[in-house]
Design a protein around this ligand. Structure first.
Ligand code: ATP
Ligand code: MG
Length: 583
């Protein structure tokens, strides 16, 4: 099935988009020219935190609202660019006073509180490496990452320290300092009160010379397909954050931007911290977790103009009966973006109907550091498509063969999604795993591990992760296609599809379906769904088995863990579960 193309979103055109003509923008793009829009350090080099805050603090936007923090308890904290520059300078001075050097790792394990943002920027000012961890990780995943990432400093809270870290101390000999963001007093010689240290530190910090190739961030992947990998990013990534803030998020000076991702995932740093700050706009941070009513209220009351969220959240909103616009004024919204998983066409269309705006899907990975393929404000949307490559990015559909990499030029052919290496936010290493890193690059291409196709007009369509592809009766089936078809049925909230070994047809397509409230899991409905899917997909691709399930196993970043559905179905070992959402 295919959905009609959605013409340019008129709300997105309320301000003139930066990218008005895709082909022209591609032809005119140069990373060097873009670099001229950043400032660089006075002594040479490029530092992400300088560009994100100090540059504005030293100029006309010093008093512009940089961070509006919404506390769980209803409190609000506003910080200007000047405030952010001072607070991050204090944090950098704290690190310096503790002897933390260039390249050494500073981890954060905390919720979305202002100190997390001071720590991120302050660490970069000190040219140390920032590694944010999702605060809901249990002790074992925390230990795994701290030890694999060579943590020297950990910034956390008293409660998280006691619950998750205290018992690990002996197993973390390299961890020298733990800074507690909410402790009035030091606990011992190495577990220190951050407020005390911050109060004693100067709010002026001169950033040392920073090579653009200096390591800045360490991000662990989501663990959807296996053990999370540590992707290394450098200060030069600022160029991609800035470019995508311009071309994709389409940030303008008066925007109120809200990225719902936690900085524990790469979206929450590249877009929850850097892109909005690089553009000097107001970045909204909500401390609370997903809550539909709260989210709609935030969109309305804070007059969010550009919103970046994820398919899993959108699908949760879609389940709620009623018309959001009947209860909430979402009129300030200009653009809604989504990343992290394929965005079902049904969701794009729902956005248009229920929120008044289509949802702009974009594709990237922890490894790419920033958005690589996107639906732009001034471009028609083809629901279900990830859009077109960012200006400055060469993407292709390729096949790995005996002769090496072969680029597929015909339209609508499936293959692996590959990128030409060399974009600024490309990961520079998998930490402590050079062999795995080297394997990602073949014949001058970075191979993403995702399968996709490109249509005749240059739009890219996600097919599936290479690991999730189902081989059934000689067909290659991407689970996303089947899941999206099922989602078109009014009873279906969400679906996860796997291949189950079958002696006759190789693998049979099996779907796990979560129903919307008010629908009963009956055999009748199962039959109806089978027929419904057959009509849309044909008998070869439609699921042969459908099971109803209360909820799908997901990563904490909201991705369906099909490998776990499969392992459970087949009674196989479940593998690394450090990122499994289990509450
Ligand atoms: P791991 O590599 O540890 O298995 P992961 O790949 O889920 O985990 P991330 O880097 O957070 O970790 O996610 C990137 C992946 O998410 C992409 O490779 C792709 O499979 C999927 N993804 C992201 N955005 C989209 C999108 N717009 N459409 C389809 N898939 C997407
Ligand atoms: Mg991955």
């Amino acid at each position: 099935m295919s959905f009609a193309s959605i013409p340019k979103n008129p709300h997105a055109l309320r301000v003139t988009p930066h990218l008005l003509d895709y082909e022209q923008a591609r032809a005119g793009h140069s990373w060097e020219a873009l670099r001229a829009d950043l400032q660089g350090l006075p002594g040479g080099g490029l530092n992400l935190a300088h560009e994100a805050v100090d540059r504005h603090a030293g100029g006309a936007r010093a008093n512009h609202l940089a961070l509006r923090w919404l506390g769980k308890d209803g409190s609000v904290r506003d910080l200007t660019y000047a405030d952010m520059a001072r607070a991050s300078a204090r944090f950098a001075n704290v690190l310096r006073s503790l002897g933390v050097a260039k390249g050494e790792r500073v981890f954060a394990l905390m919720g979305r509180v202002p100190e997390l943002y001071f720590a991120a920027l302050g660490t970069l000012k000190n040219v140390s490496v920032f590694c944010p961890l999702f605060s809901q990780f249990g002790p074992e995943p925390v230990w795994q990452r701290l030890s694999r990432g060579d943590a020297k400093v950990l910034v956390t809270t008293q409660a998280l320290y006691e619950k998750k870290v205290a018992a690990l101390r002996e197993r973390l000999p390299a961890l020298q300092f733990i800074l507690l963001a909410d402790a009035a007093e030091d606990l011992d010689a190495s577990v220190l009160s951050l407020p005390k240290l911050m109060a004693a530190a100067s709010d002026v910090f001169v950033i040392p010379p920073t090579s653009p190739e200096e390591m800045a961030l360490l991000h662990f992947t989501s663990g959807t397909t296996g053990m999370p990998k540590g992707a290394v990013h450098v200060h030069q990534a600022a160029l991609t954050h800035f470019a995508t803030g311009r071309y994709v998020l389409d940030l303008h000076p008066e925007d109120i931007f809200w990225c719902t991702a936690d900085p524990g995932w790469v979206t929450g740093t590249s877009y929850g911290i850097f892109a909005p700050f690089l553009h000097g706009v107001t970045n909204l941070v909500d401390e609370a977790d997903f809550d539909a009513e709260r989210w709609y209220r935030i969109l309305q009351e804070q007059k969010v103009t550009v919103w970046y969220t994820a398919p899993t959240a959108i699908r949760r909103l879609m389940r709620i009966p009623g018309e959001p616009r009947a209860q909430h004024d979402l009129g300030a919204l200009r653009l809604i973006h989504s990343v992290g998983e394929p965005l079902n066409p049904e969701a794009v269309v729902w956005g248009q109907r229920a929120l008044g705006l289509p949802i702009h899907d974009n594709w990237w990975q922890t490894e790419t550091g920033g958005i690589m393929i996107a639906n732009y404000a001034a471009m028609d949307i083809r629901p279900g498509s990830m859009g077109k490559p960012l200006p400055g990015i060469d993407a292709a559909i390729v096949k790995r063969g005996e002769q090496g990499i072969q680029v597929i030029t015909e339209a609508d052919h499936e293959g692996e999604l590959a990128l030409r290496p060399g974009w600024p936010s490309m990961f520079r290493a998998y930490l402590h795993d050079d062999a795995r890193y080297a394997k990602c690059f073949v014949d001058g291409w970075y191979l993403s591990g995702d399968l996709a196709k490109r249509d005749a007009d240059g739009y890219f369509w996600f097919v599936g992760r290479a690991d999730d592809i189902i081989k059934t009766s000689g067909h290659m089936v991407g689970p996303f296609e089947v899941e999206s078809a099922l989602m078109e049925h009014p009873s279906v909230a969400e679906a996860g599809v796997i291949g189950k070994p079958d002696p006759l047809i190789g693998e049979l397509v099996k779907a796990f379906v979560v129903l919307k409230p008010g629908h009963a899991a009956t055999d009748e409905l199962r039959l109806e769904l089978t027929g419904f899917a057959r009509k849309r997909l044909g008998p070869a691709v439609a699921p042969k088995e459908i099971a109803f399930i209360e909820s799908l196993p997901k990563t904490r970043s909201g991705k369906i863990m099909r490998r776990l559905l499969k392992a459970r179905e087949l009674g196989l070992p479940e593998g690394d579960l450090s990122t499994l959402e289990n509450d």
